[in-house]
Design a protein around this ligand. Structure first.
Ligand SMILES: Nc1ncnc2c1ncn2[C@@H]1O[C@H](COP(=O)(O)OP(=O)(O)OP(=O)(O)O)[C@@H](O)[C@H]1O
Length: 344
């Protein structure tokens, strides 16, 4: 990496609020560093302080204590124009853009780079165009921002931040209003941007699955306890990820990388098979309350191998194996077995 110095650092940072001169700490002390070229996801339960931290890192609210440097300089001593050349932030707050057209709003992102007249050069216009294209907002560039859907507006705000073209980009829940394809596309775009431009991109999100896949590093902010940082994989394997969400009653399964939605209520089932069919058979059995295992159990289900869809085989004690054309058909039999066992 050409420049190994972090773009943003914090030492002993305490974030929170001053209400009637009384400090209300939310998180800290925090020791943080954002490096060029990395996508970092800030994760944590509701109320942990993610927005408060992002707003503090952006200089929108003062820290309660500690030191915060941007580009090697104390953030507090920086003027707003210099800060806007170093750091952009996209918040979830509604923007009141009135009748401003999308392209006009994105052009505002260039203001930290223009002279006092604020006129945009050809280079500035090219940056605006590139930001519109990268975010897929060019198709409605001439529409008033006030007429956009929440998801469209979210993408326009990202475009404005990209046009601002700062080394550090902070985003507070940028996927909040997007549908699944757009959420995936956004994470892919941000990851690509970090890699190709060397920007440090930090975003808060509740999209845990996506974050685990896309983030180079995770900042894990639990409701209480210290902030943990590391690659998603290290945080999962160390148990830190599961612990951060355990208080919400969520059980994270490090074996599958998912949160368990269903509590087991039924008997163990030996699941035989590999690949996609076995994976989805496991999911279906878990939804029914069964506990799929690879070891021997009184009930056995065999998932089809290879590209063939079906048949599934089920075998219950004392009976011949039954064949089922679909998982739905298998489940109907398994439900019957389960209720018979409960009656017994
Ligand atoms: N102006 C304020 N004065 C005092 N406390 C505040 C203020 N704004 C937020 N808080 C509190 O700070 C804590 C952290 O809030 P914050 O919005 O940063 O959490 P978050 O992790 O972003 O939550 P979420 O995931 O729900 O968006 C919460 O307990 C919240 O009630």
């Amino acid at each position: 990496m050409p420049n190994p110095a972090p773009l943003l650092t914090a030492e002993d940072l305490a974030v929170g609020y001053m209400n009637r001169k009384t400090p209300h700490p939310v998180a800290g002390p925090l020791r943080l560093a954002l490096w060029p070229g990395e996508l970092v996801c800030l994760l944590g339960p509701n109320g942990a302080g993610k927005s408060t931290l992002l707003r503090t890192l952006a200089g929108l609210q003062p820290p309660l204590g500690g030191r915060l440097d941007l580009g090697g300089w104390p953030l507090a001593a920086m003027g707003a124009p210099e800060r806007a050349r170093q750091l952009s932030i996209v918040l979830t707050d509604r923007v009141d853009a009135g009748n401003l057209a999308v392209r006009e709003l994105v052009r505002l992102g260039r203001h930290p780079h223009t002279g006092w007249l604020g006129s945009l050069s050809a280079h500035d216009e090219a940056r605006v165009q590139a930001a519109l294209e990268a975010t897929g907002t060019e198709i409605f560039a001439d529409r008033p921002v006030g007429e956009l859907s929440d998801g469209e507006r979210q993408k326009v705000l990202l475009a404005r931040a990209l046009a601002q073209d700062t080394p550090v980009v902070l985003l507070d829940e940028p996927t909040a209003h997007l549908d699944l394809p757009n959420r995936v596309a956004l994470m892919r775009l941000l990851h690509q941007l970090a890699r190709t431009t060397g920007k440090a991109i930090l975003l808060s999100t509740h999209e845990l699955d996506l974050a685990l896949q896309a983030a180079d590093r995770v900042w894990l902010l639990p409701a209480d306890g210290p902030l943990r940082t590391g690659t998603p994989e290290d945080l999962v394997l160390s148990g830190a990820f599961a612990a951060a969400f355990a208080r919400e009653g969520l059980a994270f399964d490090a074996g599958t990388g998912t949160f368990a939605l269903h509590a087991p209520t039924g008997p163990p089932v030996q699941l035989v098979g590999e690949g996609a069919a076995a994976f989805w058979t496991r999911r279906a059995l878990e939804r029914e309350g069964f506990v799929p295992t690879t070891g021997p159990a009184a009930l056995r289900v065999t998932a089809p191998a290879g590209p063939d869809l079906g048949p599934w085989l089920s075998q219950v004690p004392g009976q011949a194996a039954q064949s089922h054309a679909t998982i739905g058909a298998l489940l109907r039999t398994m439900r019957q077995v389960n209720s018979n066992q409960l009656v017994d």
